[in-house]
Design a protein around this ligand. Sequence first.
Ligand SMILES: O=C(O)CCC(=O)C(=O)O
Length: 288
Amino acid sequence: MVELDSNDTKRFDSDGFLVVDNLIDPALIPTLHRAFTDLFRGKFETGVRPDEVNWQEAESDPDKARQICNGWKANRDIARVVLDESLGRSIAGLAGWSGVRIMIDNVVWKPAATSAFGFHQDNAFLDWFTPGELLTCWIALDDTTAEGGTIEFVRGSHQWQLGQPEGDFHAPEDYRKPMQAAAKREGIEPDIAYVEVPAGGGSFHHGGTWHGSGANNSPNPRRSLVLHAMQSDVEYVPQQFDQGIGPIYSRYKRLGDNQLDENYFPVLWRDDGYRTPQIDAFLNPSRD
Ligand SMILES: O=C(O)CCC(=O)C(=O)O
């Protein structure tokens, strides 16, 4: 749905993020809410378990914010959004890339009174592929507020030094602490922007931009669906598989080369018109 112009690109380049009101059709939201309920109950439509399941109903701490990574492999309604071609094209336009793949999605649900996510720079975790850079599209599935624990960005922080990962991501004691330490190293007072948008809106952010989100201190749930995208021609760096999240995603490495297999990291959009053909078969199984 979203169409970005050169002013959007300028703002993205200068701030390291861009807030938009219309990323997806709001009519999709009830379906996506149902998909969230299914995933966090362990109901996986395709029979495939997502790569990271960090919260499950009746097993996990109800005070903690919920997160699943690569929900698209388990649920086609999630997949239809995060494998969308036009989102891929928008990401490529902002990043100046000739093509875009999904690296990972995040299915995030913060019910009222649940915990924060620690501030971090996405690119700090990516030694296991090269070029190790992400550009992320964050989609709100509820109206968002600062009080409700929406995502926050530090304006201009994509220009800061890329730090080492530090602190907890899930339920940290002080969710801004690693960012504040980095701001001190830079000698900069952080300028924090909250993404306050209607459901269906959201943001794009550069992989170097510091971001995190506070506890949900509102009475309402705060759900978001996140597409972390990488360039279409990235390659594995197997020497780095013991770094960051490498061990989980290294299992998709092919035997004979360092290319990322499109069945696990599909190409959403490329400037020569290519898109991983299996996406269509996956999203429309009746046509098989
Ligand atoms: O939705 C959130 O608050 C967390 C998202 C996030 O940290 C990320 O996309 O990297």
